[in-house]
Design a protein around this ligand. Structure first.
Ligand code: GDP
Length: 263
């Protein structure tokens, strides 16, 4: 709502200034405004440790694509020549550890895990030590995303944070909230919830290959000032791209137009 009101005010001012009479002339102006709002995100590359291990923590509710994103990013970083390791911190969801292991095998990187149900902070501790002894450059940490029990989840994430910080004081170098483009308003709520508790540094927007427009990131950008670092465009290893605001806004309007034609 706030975002829309702000944009409408700006559009009104622009209509006056440019003496616009034809509504069709508005779309490019709106595009411009949205791109300006999101611009900067593409320069917001990932933050790495000056020396030693870089830790990226991934948070988000179940099903948004956390594990898949970690697998895809591992592939990307490995092809840049970095030594990557994965930490199976989602010890809660049945199958999450195996799924991460499969990605590890597919990409060809080590996965540090414990039994299902074990303390995720202990997994992180193990993973950091293993990463140190194996000369790893980047450690990607998966976490649980059950929302049925928010307080516990947030406490668990806090503990993970504390353990990581104790071992590597400037880590995690990124705390990325993974959001599913099909989520709509819910995504904003989630960003607020996770952001309050876990000090997020950016977003990954998945499933943009679907019909979902993912316009909610505009509101998140505006209200929480969190940059989109990557977008997910499918389930395969190569389907992760750095965010591009012009492309994103272009696709937003294309999808809109397709929907309107269909109606
Ligand atoms: P997690 O519970 O957050 O770890 O989510 P998963 O990584 O298990 O992903 C949930 C489902 O979404 C899986 O079927 C993935 O293959 C699928 N998925 C993840 N990212 C994308 C994406 O960018 N595009 C599409 N089409 N599917 C995705």
């Amino acid at each position: 709502m706030n975002t829309v009101m702000g944009l409408i005010d700006e559009l009104r001012a622009e209509v006056k200034k440019r003496r616009i009479e034809n509504p069709q002339e508005l779309q490019p102006i709106l595009s411009e405004k949205l791109i300006a709002l999101l611009r900067g995100d593409e320069d917001a590359g990932l933050k790495y440790a000056d020396t030693g291990i870089t830790v990226f923590l991934f948070v988000g509710v179940n099903g948004v694509g956390k594990t898949t994103t970690i697998g895809k990013l591992a592939h990307r970083l490995k092809s840049e020549g970095k030594k990557v390791m994965l930490a199976a911190g989602d010890t809660f969801r049945a199958g999450a550890i195996e799924q991460l292991e499969q990605w590890g095998q597919r990409v060809g990187v080590d996965v540090i895990k414990q039994e299902s149900g074990s303390d995720p902070a202990a997994v992180m501790y193990d993973a950091i030590h293993a990463a140190k002894s194996r000369g790893v450059d980047v450690l990607l940490c998966d976490t649980a995303g059950r929302l049925q029990n928010k307080t516990n989840l947030m406490e668990e994430l806090n503990k993970i944070y504390r353990v990581i910080r104790r071992e590597i004081p400037d880590a995690p170098h990124e705390a990325l909230l993974v959001l599913d483009a099909t989520m709509g308003q819910n995504a904003l709520q989630q960003a607020k919830l996770f952001g309050d508790k876990t000090g997020l540094s950016g977003l990954v927007l998945t499933k943009l290959d679907s019909t979902a427009k993912g316009g909610i990131v505009i509101a998140i950008r505006q209200e929480l000032d969190l940059p989109v670092k990557f977008v997910g465009l499918g389930e395969k290893m190569d389907d992760l791209q750095p965010f591009d605001s012009e492309q994103f806004v272009g696709a937003l309007f294309t999808k809109w137009a397709a929907e309107n034609e269909a109606e």
